[in-house]
Structures are given as structure tokens and as C-alpha cells.
Design a protein around this ligand. Sequence first.
Ligand SMILES: Cc1cc2nc3c(=O)[nH]c(=O)nc-3n(C[C@H](O)[C@H](O)[C@H](O)COP(=O)(O)O)c2cc1C
Length: 164
Amino acid sequence: MPRNVLVAYGTTNGSTAEIAEAIAEVLRKDGLTVEALPARSVPSVAPYDAVVIGGGLYAGRWHKDARRFVRRHGKNLAERPLWFFSSGPLDASASERDIPPVPGVHKAMIRLDAKGHVTFGGCLQEGAKGWVARMILRNGKGGDFRDFGQIEAWAARIGQELTN
Ligand SMILES: Cc1cc2nc3c(=O)[nH]c(=O)nc-3n(C[C@H](O)[C@H](O)[C@H](O)COP(=O)(O)O)c2cc1C
């Protein structure tokens, strides 16, 4: 049975890191040993039996740290149970329906034979980096649209697959 799980993430403003932590917490309750780490700080996935990798969405693409992670560790990732998640939409859409992966993520899923993907709602709040972020906030389009019930339910399904 897989024991060591990595939940890696690419984030600019921290909200994807909190999703990764929530996923890790659910998997720990299943008795797994889990590390949630910034994707760019992971030198190797060899110590892990399974990997979850997620990224915030920026201009229709995964965060660059998540993209680099799947490029760099591709061969080792393909040999492990692997799940992807994205976080982005700044509205309730991700709680209401299944939002497919963006094309780059979809390609990586096929290439690495990932077992699943989900898009979670995003979060953009005061203090976010960059002028586009500030513009979105000024237009009143920010907010926290992460659905932690949905996130925990998805993580629980991964936990089930890994422990059964
Ligand atoms: C410049 C910019 C571009 C964005 N582009 C997208 C996008 O293409 N699709 C999407 O669903 N969300 C988009 N978002 C929303 C972010 O994905 C959302 O805020 C996400 O939670 C950010 O994750 P992070 O806090 O981990 O960096 C964008 C936000 C900003 C500031």
C-alpha cells in the first residue's frame, strides 16, 4: 500500500497552497504520511509513492511552478498514482459543475496517465500581486470561491483509492 504522499503546488498568492494543505490533512487522517510542498522546492519525487499536483490558473495556464514540476519529474510521475488539480474561477462555477482542465494540463494528464483532475474555485483578495490582480479587485471581482467541502470530498476519494 502507498504510504508516502506528496501534495505539490504552484501558487502566486497562497490560496492554492491552502487547498494543498487541506488535501494533505484529509490524507493524513487516512493514516498516510503526507507532505504539502511548493512544487519548485521538490528536488525529487522518488521518496513518494503517490503524488497530487495542483496549480493556480493564470491566463488559461497552470502556474509555472506546476508546469515545470510535471516537465521535470515526468518519468517518475508517470510511474506513480498521480492526481492533478487546478484552482482559478473567481465565481461559484467550480462548485456548480465540472470544469475541465485547461489544454496544457489536459495534455500532461494524458502523457503521465494521471488518474484524475478537478478544478476548484479560486481566491483573490486584497494584497494579491500584480496590476491585473489589483484591477480585478478594484472592479469588485475578487473573493474567496474555494469550496473546502468539495476539496475535502475529492481528497477523501484519493485517500480511499490509496488505502484500499
Ligand atoms: C493575472 C491573473 C490571471 C488569472 N487568470 C485566470 C484564468 O485564466 N482562469 C481562472 O480560472 N482564473 C484565473 N485567475 C484567478 C486565479 O487563478 C485565482 O486567483 C487563484 O486562486 C490564484 O491562485 P494562487 O492564490 O494560489 O496564486 C487569474 C488571476 C490573476 C490575478
